[in-house]
Design a protein around this ligand. Structure first.
Ligand code: URA
Length: 434
């Protein structure tokens, strides 16, 4: 088989066979196919797309490039969640402990952040001592002891995705529905969960800018999961403004704990986390209907069992659970800079991508994958879309290390202001799947 023929076929819009796809994925992962040929094929796939059969074959080839987790030692239906990513998205820190507290095992492999979006692993890394890269045995033990496990994926899960994702990142080939589907679903299928809830983000700062594209991506992932006997359901959620008040790793831990304590219950972040958790409870067999599941979620917050589960998860993985009750034990920024509004109006937009980039510039995110993060820095967003503000009202606080320049104009430029109150847009745009 010649890689040239695969590239040529896809360039003309033809379909590749499962054998051809397996040949490419294996060769890309073991280095026998040069990067320039893989990059050419990736670009051809971006333009020409893939059939459902090709996407399925690509997912399987990527899944089988590494090992699959065996979670059979953990009783119950294991339910995972995946979000396609957003600024300030800390839903995993909130819903994992809720779902586990309600009796459903929740195994999760999470990524590190790159660019303007943060990664769940970096947020957990802000908890002193918490081990964020677990061995298989530790992962299973955490699930058995607390029903929650979260770890950076070891290099053994879908290594072909790691290789191809790095190439996509440098060749502008990330935004492709079949490539995103195969990348996410190969890791999820290898991760060993029985069921999966997807949070597919849609909006100007997400991979999927339009509702049509978000629906197509969601359906594509649901099709692949279903074909493999996985229970799978996707929620399509709006992504434009940052999710919640915190951007930055230790700050996001604080906000998550506040929600688990019962604060900010009517915020979009809390509502979204609770809804995703409720969907997971239904899949895990802990509830039959959405109202029943939502009541269980509320109870886990009210009786403190969700927060207690997070404490136990942290404690059993080497972390200092006291930091969840005493935020002074979390990494701190050296300095805070208040940024007040310079104009009056209704907040009509908050540019999540631009704020994510500003947080990255403070040191909360990685410009390249080798950057070392400052886990204490970040941004507090004091306002919400729809809110009326006057000059002098607090809009942002930058948490930064001493000496780091902070330009207030750059922060204020992320704020859209209108003379009339903007119409409220719901955060849940659609649901797809079982
Ligand atoms: N997240 C992934 O893991 N892969 C993609 O391709 C896009 C988002």
């Amino acid at each position: 088989m010649r890689m040239y023929d695969l590239i040529y076929t896809k360039k003309l819009g033809g379909a590749l066979s499962p054998e051809q796809i397996a040949f490419w994925v294996e060769g890309a992962a073991n280095g026998s196919i040069p990067d320039e040929q893989s990059a050419s094929l990736l670009m051809a796939i971006c333009w020409r797309g893939m059939t459902t059969e090709e996407t399925l074959a690509l997912t399987l080839a990527m899944r089988d490039s590494g090992k699959r987790m065996d979670l059979s030692a953990v009783p119950g239906i294991k339910v995972d969640k995946h979000s396609t990513g957003g600024v300030g998205d800390k839903t995993t820190l909130i819903l994992g402990p809720i779902v586990a507290a309600c009796g459903v095992p929740c195994p999760m492999f999470s990524g590190r952040g790159l660019g303007h979006t943060g990664g769940t692993v970096d947020k957990f890394a802000a908890i002193p001592g918490l081990k964020v890269e677990l061995t298989d045995a530790e992962f299973i033990q955490s699930l058995q002891e607390t029903r929650f496990a979260n770890s950076a994926p070891t290099g053994k899960i879908a290594p072909a995705d790691k290789k191809l994702y790095a190439l996509r990142d440098t060749t502008a080939t990330v935004e492709s529905i079949p490539l995103i589907t195969a990348s996410i679903m190969s890791k999820k299928l290898a991760g060993g969960a029985d069921a999966l809830v997807l949070d597919v983000k849609c909006g100007p700062t997400a991979f999927m800018k339009t509702l049509d594209d978000a629906r197509t991506l969601a359906q594509s992932m649901v099709d692949v999961g279903t074909a493999h006997g996985m229970q799978i359901r996707a929620l399509i959620t709006r992504m434009d403004a940052p999710l919640g008040w915190a951007i930055g790793n230790a700050l996001e831990v604080m906000e998550s704990v506040e929600i688990l304590r019962g604060e900010h219950g009517d915020s979009e972040l809390a509502q979204m986390s609770f809804r995703l958790a409720a969907e997971m409870l239904i899949m895990g067999g802990a509830a039959k209907t959405l109202p029943e599941a939502q009541a269980k979620v509320r109870m886990a917050i009210q009786d403190g069992s969700a927060l207690e589960t997070l404490r136990r998860f942290v404690g059993s993985n080497g972390g200092d659970a006291k930091a969840l009750d005493d935020f002074s034990l979390l990494p701190q920024a050296g300095r805070t800079i208040a940024i007040p509004a310079d104009r009056a109006g209704y907040v009509s937009a908050l540019d999540g991508r631009a704020l994510g980039l500003l947080a990255m510039d403070l040191g909360a995110g990685r410009k390249d994958q080798h950057d070392v993060l400052d886990l204490g820095v970040g941004i507090r967003v004091h306002v919400k879309v729809g809110q009326r503000i006057e000059p002098g009202d607090m809009v942002f606080t930058a948490y930064t290390k001493a000496g780091h320049p902070v330009k207030a104009e750059a922060y204020l430029a992320t704020l859209g202001l209108a003379s009339d109150r903007p119409e409220a847009v719901p955060w849940l745009l659609d649901t797809i799947g079982c």
